[in-house]
Design a protein. Structure first.
Lengths: 332, 256
């Protein structure tokens, strides 16, 4: 990831309109070889448009998109690119082996089909028509297809949507393995937990604009709040906590378990100890990506020009479940 | 990247043809429909009529008429409906983003359609040979097949124009509505020599009538009206332009 490396993906000043809706507004983004980038944003934020520009399916109204230095609308440029089809779109009458062979035939030096199927645990299903696969198996096949051409970069659009925990872990392992071997990954997901688990760099886009582009740590630090968790019977109702402990800006309670949000966890812990409060099970945690995300894309007012769904109301669920989603409607 | 060369246009076309063929044959009823309909028409309308089946020229003409109808219907359905359905599938944008231009896929589509069109003609030739007095020399048969393939081009293009313009649901009735008058002009329901004069003139301007007469000419040596080739080529040019416009508009709508 040195500065002199030519970026795998270069997006410079790109604007893309659909009729009077601006899907991307002067977006610039470089992805260096070997990066694992998570792309976050509510539905309609411009994620899919950005991916379709990088994969050469659309062209920008203005600005430049380059894939390994070439225009992605050229077929030869796309030999360096791996993509996942939507799992529902696999040709139902073709067998698993045939779909892989078909996609492999487009690349100069593809992974051998049996090797790829073995890697994704699909070897036993090679002779099965894709119409007869389970949702999880189809997802695995879809991600396997993105890797068959030994690409320099893969675009993964919602790679694990609809998978169970085990299926997701298998795919995460495959993505990490590809990245460890030097591959570049651009990933979108509705699951913030997935981006947090995989990505090293996070790009947040909303309303066609890049709101944030930084390392995972920096993004999380941007929230500025730390979480202090403790069990006690000596605190009042959550609303009254900030009056009692001056370092707390927000609190929530579940039985005797309190979550206190504070800009300075060290000072708050000192304050708690000196106040003589009886407590146990003290934990100090950073914010989650979920909180960072909500803070960045909170819309000031309903914007009628946008068809994007609003993000979930913030702070309604201070301990989000792993499958907590940014949007309710996962469909594109 | 690697020292290996990228796949050539020929190997990409072969790749697309192979898997399009596989996708088509895996739905056997669609293939059978193509084979059965002209064969059944032959049994119902030609074989029982002694004056047609027993006359070498008339019987050969009947085989040619039905053969042309088989090609026409296979082309319109395969391309009109097939393309419209493909466009509706989420796999379509994925295939478009693979490192190959649109050409291998389009060429493979035309070849795949030609293969299944010829399948449809096989039972007709067999029935004509076994159950009627239709006769051709080997050379006439070969010429006939070549003419048949050339004649199929405007229908392939018409099918593509429909497929790239309409959704699968809209394409089905449109194909059926277009097929009926074309089949009539081909002489499927009434041999063209029994047409009243005004209808004969109109029918000679249709691609089906031009194609039928050219085919009959190739198979029997009967004279063909002078404008048959110009009419067929003009339709081919017009429908090619329509197909290209429809493809571009579809690109514009979905891949702007």
């Amino acid at each position: 990831m040195t500065v002199t490396d030519e970026p795998v993906v270069a997006v410079r000043g790109v604007t893309r309109r659909f009729n009077d809706v601006v899907a991307l507004d002067d977006v610039s983004l470089d992805i260096a070889p070997g990066e694992l980038v998570g792309l976050l944003g509510p539905n309609g934020a411009g994620k899919s448009t950005l991916l379709s520009l990088v994969s050469g399916q659309r062209k920008p109204d203005s600005g430049v998109v380059r894939l390994c230095g070439q225009d992605p609308r050229l077929a030869s440029a796309r030999a360096t690119l791996g993509l996942t089809p939507q799992e529902t779109g696999l040709p139902a009458t073709l067998k698993v082996r045939e779909v892989v062979d078909f996609v492999a035939g487009h690349y100069p030096d593809p992974v051998r089909t049996p090797v790829l199927l073995e890697q994704f645990g699909l070897a036993d299903l090679a002779g099965r028509q894709t119409g007869g696969l389970s949702g999880g198996q189809r997802r695995r096949l879809a991600v396997a297809l993105s890797l068959v051409g030994r690409p320099s970069i893969i675009l993964l659009d919602e790679p694990t949507t609809g998978l169970d925990v085990a299926g997701r872990q298998t795919l995460w392992a495959a993505i990490r393995e590809y990245h460890a071997s030097g591959g570049t990954v651009l990933l979108t997901s509705h699951y913030l937990e997935e981006v947090q688990a995989l990505a090293h760099r996070v790009v947040v886009i909303d309303e066609g604009v890049v709101r944030a582009d930084d390392t995972m740590e920096q993004i999380l630090e941007r929230v500025g709040l730390r979480r202090v968790v403790l069990h006690t019977t000596g605190l009042p109702a959550p609303d009254a906590v900030p009056a009692r402990l001056t370092g707390v800006v927000r609190a929530s309670q579940e039985g005797d378990r309190y979550e206190l949000y504070t800009p300075d966890a060290d000072a708050l812990v000192r304050e708690i100890v000196t106040s003589g409060l009886v407590f146990h099970g003290l934990e100090v945690r950073g914010a989650t990506l979920e909180e960072a995300f909500e803070q960045m894309v909170t819309h000031p007012a309903a914007d009628l020009h946008r068809r994007s769904a609003p993000a979930d109301p913030p702070a309604a669920d201070p301990a989000p479940s792993p499958s907590h989603r940014v949007n309710q409607d996962g469909a594109r | 990247m690697t020292s290996t060369v990228t796949p050539s246009a020929v190997s990409l076309t072969w790749l697309h043809l192979k898997y399009q063929f596989l996708e088509t044959v895996r739905v056997p009823i669609a293939v059978l429909g193509n084979l059965l309909f002209p064969a059944l028409a032959m049994f119902f309308f030609v074989v029982p009529q002694e004056e047609v089946a027993g006359d070498p020229v008339m019987a050969t003409m009947a085989v040619a008429s039905l053969g042309l109808f088989a090609i026409c219907s296979a082309s319109l359905f395969t391309y009109g409906l097939g393309v419209a359905e493909d466009r509706g599938l989420p796999f379509d944008p994925f295939v478009r983003s693979l490192p190959a231009g649109p050409t291998p896929r389009m060429v493979a589509r035309v070849l795949n359609g030609a293969i299944f069109s010829l399948f449809g003609v096989v039972p007709l030739v067999l029935i004509g040979w076994l159950f009627t007095d239709a006769t051709v020399t080997g050379r006439q048969l070969l010429t006939g097949i070549v003419v048949l393939l050339v004649v199929s081009v405007p229908f392939v293009l018409l099918g593509m124009a429909i497929g790239y313009s309409l959704s699968a649901k809209a394409a089905l009735p449109v194909v059926q509505v277009i097929l009926f008058p074309l089949a009539f002009a081909d002489g499927l329901f009434m041999p063209p020599m029994f047409f009243p004069d005004w209808l004969a003139v109109i029918s000679q301007a249709t691609p089906t009538r031009a194609g039928r007469d050219l085919l009959v000419g190739a198979l029997t040596g009967e004279p063909v009206y002078a404008l048959a080739w110009p009419v067929l080529l003009a339709w081919t040019a017009l429908l090619a332009a329509l197909a290209v416009v429809a493809y571009r508009r579809d690109e514009g709508r979905r891949f702007r």
